[in-house]
Design a protein around this ligand. Structure first.
Ligand code: HEM
Length: 420
């Protein structure tokens, strides 16, 4: 046991790197959830049949006839959701402690790949029960891919092996979900851990005095054990109280209303309701991903020292940018829904201008006025500016997701009743 632990951790660790409020144990929690996903996934695999005619019944059988089948299915479902949320929080914590530069650059990039893999694992798993929810959520999400210019339609038909979901789609999703993606995830997670050690452990603010080094056992291992127990307790309680969704068997000729994408793509689906597909499904998401990948490569003014939010000024500007992003996103949604729709207003103008270039230019105008004001009044450093742009994107994405998940009702119209 000791040897296994010492493959993961060094003998001694910096005392301030293992304080709970440095990492919140998020990376470790993500690793534990991946492990749990693999175990429960193998158990579910014993009864699951990846054929449209039988998939739904096999899930039903697991739910109703197999000892603890429902519970195992719930754990698998909820730990997938938790994994995505926790990996996202870990990504935020890494960003806000500035741990993405110099020797941590590559790990930031591999971290982004891990986040994408976790999304894809959730996405491919979503189809497997082959119920109405699965069928229609995957149909709308893969339709979004079809909006990518030039190659979108051929990517969509390749992914779903045809024009609509069919037996080959299920087999492809099943193979990715149970073999290709988990394998990639495990390999990259090990590389990720190794890079954390190569970088000298978690980034901590430099102090005048030499760091206090303490033995990893029991100092870190005990904390990890407590975090693991609490996580397992929460996950089991959740799984005992809330069943993983399962509607009636998929019916390709009767769509759900509203037909919503899975919750992690609800923000993208919401964006599609306001921007031309070229922008909503391609230019904006690719632009944001490129920005995230480019974050370590900007030329910054100072060396990162692990301070939360860089500085007091960084914290203040992040809070006010978060408020600005929430207000502008919400008002944009309401304005477009109830007051003015550029596509209708400027109808002879091609939609990619009226509903794409124009609103994007307006948004860029708002953002640059806002950042000019901040640069002038707060004399921000480059890293604080990048942090503010990051906060803007993250908050806008969260608001879009919340609106898409909770406030879209029948026919995808805005509705202020809770619509899950
Ligand atoms: C499945 C997903 C992931 C797992 C299992 C994982 C695991 C871990 C663990 C255990 C650590 C060490 C300490 C800690 O808990 O923070 C760590 C650090 C780190 N992770 Fe992740 N991670 C994942 C996803 C990500 C993502 C999405 C990013 C960012 C894009 C990322 C970037 C980093 C970086 C740069 C470090 C070094 C942080 C530092 O030195 O302070 N990881 N990760």
């Amino acid at each position: 046991m000791r040897n296994i632990l010492l493959h993961l951790h060094p003998q001694r660790v910096n005392e301030s790197a293992i304080r709970f409020n440095r990492t919140f144990g998020l990376g470790g929690m993500a690793a534990l959830l991946i492990f749990g996903q693999i175990i429960t996934g193998i158990l579910l695999r014993f009864y699951y049949t990846p054929i449209p005619a039988e998939a739904y019944n096999s899930v039903m059988f697991t739910k109703t006839q197999v000892l603890f089948g429902q519970f195992i299915r719930n754990i698998h479902y909820w730990s997938g959701v938790f994994l995505l949320l926790i990996a996202f929080l870990h990504f935020l914590r890494v960003f806000f402690t500035g741990a993405y530069r110099n020797e941590r650059m590559i790990n930031w990039l591999f971290g982004l790949v891990l986040l994408i893999l976790v999304v894809l694992l959730n996405f491919t798993g979503y189809l497997l029960p082959w119920d109405q929810l699965a069928y229609w959520a995957i149909t709308v999400s893969t339709n979004i891919i079809g909006y990518i210019p030039l190659v979108g339609e051929s990517i969509r038909t390749t992914i779903i092996s045809g024009n609509e979901l069919n037996a080959n789609t299920l087999r492809t999703f099943f193979t990715f979900h149970t073999a290709v993606l988990p394998l990639l995830l495990i390999l990259i997670v090990f590389y990720h851990f190794w890079k954390v050690r190569k970088a000298g452990g978690v980034l901590v603010p430099k102090t005048q005095e030499p760091p206090v080094m303490v033995p990893v056992m029991p100092n870190l291992v005990f904390k990890e054990f407590i975090v693991a127990l609490v996580l397992i307790a929460v996950l089991f309680t959740f799984s005992a109280l809330f069943n993983a969704p399962l509607l009636e068997k998929a019916n390709p000729s009767y769509s759900l209303n509203p037909t919503k994408a899975p919750w992690y793509f609800a923000g993208l689906q919401e964006l599609l309701m306001h921007f031309h597909p070229l922008f909503a499904a391609f230019i904006i998401p690719v632009g944001v991903l490129a920005f995230l990948a480019w974050i370590p490569f900007f030329k910054y003014d100072t060396v990162p020292d692990g301070q939360w939010f860089i500085s007091e000024k960084g914290k203040k500007t992040s809070v006010s940018t978060a408020k600005f992003a929430a207000i502008i996103t919400l008002s944009g949604i309401l304005f477009n829904e109830y007051i003015l729709n550029f596509e209708v207003l400027l109808s002879p103008v091609p939609a990619f201008i009226s509903n794409g270039i124009l609103p994007v230019l307006i948004l860029i105008g708002f953002m640059s006025a806002y950042y000019k004001y901040y640069l002038k009044n707060f004399n921000m450093k480059k890293e604080e500016l990048v942090q503010a742009v990051f906060v803007f994107f993250i908050v806008a994405f969260i608001v879009l997701t919340l609106v898409g998940v909770f406030f879209r009702g029948k026919d995808m119209a805005l509705s202020f009743l809770w619509n899950v």
